[in-house]
Design a protein around this ligand. Structure first.
Ligand SMILES: Nc1nc2c(ncn2[C@@H]2O[C@H](COP(=O)(O)OP(=O)(O)O)[C@@H](O)[C@H]2O)c(=O)[nH]1
Ligand SMILES: [Mg+2]
Ligand SMILES: [Zn+2]
Length: 294
């Protein structure tokens, strides 16, 4: 058996890539369906290659995952790049949801503002709101190339998943990154892909970059997990310094009197917009938790 990483999977046909760069076409053995597991892009697998030229091989084993997400369906991501842009207008609640999932999974996140050419002010707004969120904010323009050369330094040696609303420029950014890493004469896979809308998750390798492009999911949420609402506050690094300093224990940092987090919000130590959306998400999580056995 051989080992490799799944880089594509559509209609039950998977592509695996070995460390040498060689690729094979595979199908998943029936046992995976019985076990209710689907191979995911990013999965490290054991496989047997097909015999002839046209014959596909088989996925035999999926090696243990570090992380796995549902939408986008990807495994072993170590860095989630949340791409936002002035156009389409950023959905801050979506950014927060993704950051919560990132904290839960124990991986890193980067908020990447693209299309800086369209509205340079958004960078300041994002930096204000997410200063203490654990995710760095970086602004670039894939169109003018501003900031793109500095990007690989943030992505090196990680398995990076680009996610975010459709139209923010994920594919354009990945192509720009592959371009600057591609030596002249080397044929980049992007050429075959043209300017089409991304329909499937795909993992691209180039030198020390491993980048996953994902389609815009109408309901982008990394997991479906219902969690005890009391845990939500632990997904906000900016609340940590105040933990244990509220009048009530446990304190949800919502409407309780004598709440040190709310005090910090009043003093603008914590972003009021972030806290306001936290209260919304807390409400949502309380409802989901109540309905968890329905
Ligand atoms: N003005 C501007 N447009 C951009 C930039 N990056 C991408 N676009 C455009 O945004 C549109 C959506 O890009 P695409 O990469 O398909 O977005 P995706 O759905 O996130 O993959 C395309 O028309 C791109 O040409 C940018 O930096 N500035
Ligand atoms: Mg795309
Ligand atoms: Zn509190």
């Amino acid at each position: 058996m051989q080992e490799g990483i799944l880089i594509r999977g559509q209609g039950g046909i998977y592509t695996v890539r070995q460390d040498s760069g060689e690729e094979f076409t595979l199908r998943a053995k029936k046992k995976f369906r019985r076990q209710h597991v689907s191979p995911l892009v990013g999965d490290r697998i054991l496989f047997t290659p097909g015999q002839g030229e046209d014959e596909h091989g088989w996925i035999e084993e999926i090696l243990p995952r570090i992380t796995s997400f549902i939408r986008p369906p990807v495994a072993n991501v170590t860095l989630l790049v949340i791409v936002v842009a002035p156009q389409p207008e950023p959905d801050f609640l979506l950014i927060d949801r993704l950051l919560i999932a990132v904290q839960t999974a124990g991986i890193r996140a980067l908020i990447l503002l693209n299309k800086k050419d369209l509205n340079p002010d958004l960078e300041e707004e994002l930096k204000n709101q997410y200063r203490l969120s654990g995710a760095e904010v970086v602004a670039v323009s894939a169109k003018t190339g501003e900031g793109v050369l500095e990007l690989p330094a943030f992505l090196q040696n990680e398995t990076v998943c680009f996610c975010g609303q459709s139209g923010v420029g994920k594919s354009t950014l990945i192509n720009a990154l592959l371009d600057i890493q591609t030596e002249t004469g080397e044929i980049s896979r992007k050429i075959a892909r043209g300017k089409n809308t991304t329909r499937h998750v795909e993992l691209f390798f180039l030198k020390s970059l491993r980048l996953m492009d994902t389609p815009g999911f109408s309901l982008l949420s990394l997991t479906d997990e219902k969690e005890d609402p009391v845990l939500l506050k632990t997904r906000y690094p900016e609340f940590m310094p105040y933990e244990g300093k509220c009048r009530f224990d446990p304190c949800y940092h919502d409407r309780e009197p004598g709440c040190s987090v709310r005090q910090a919000v009043l003093e603008q130590e914590i972003s009021p917009a972030r806290h306001e959306r936290y209260c919304l998400l807390l409400q949502e999580q309380r409802e989901n938790w109540r309905k968890r056995y329905d």
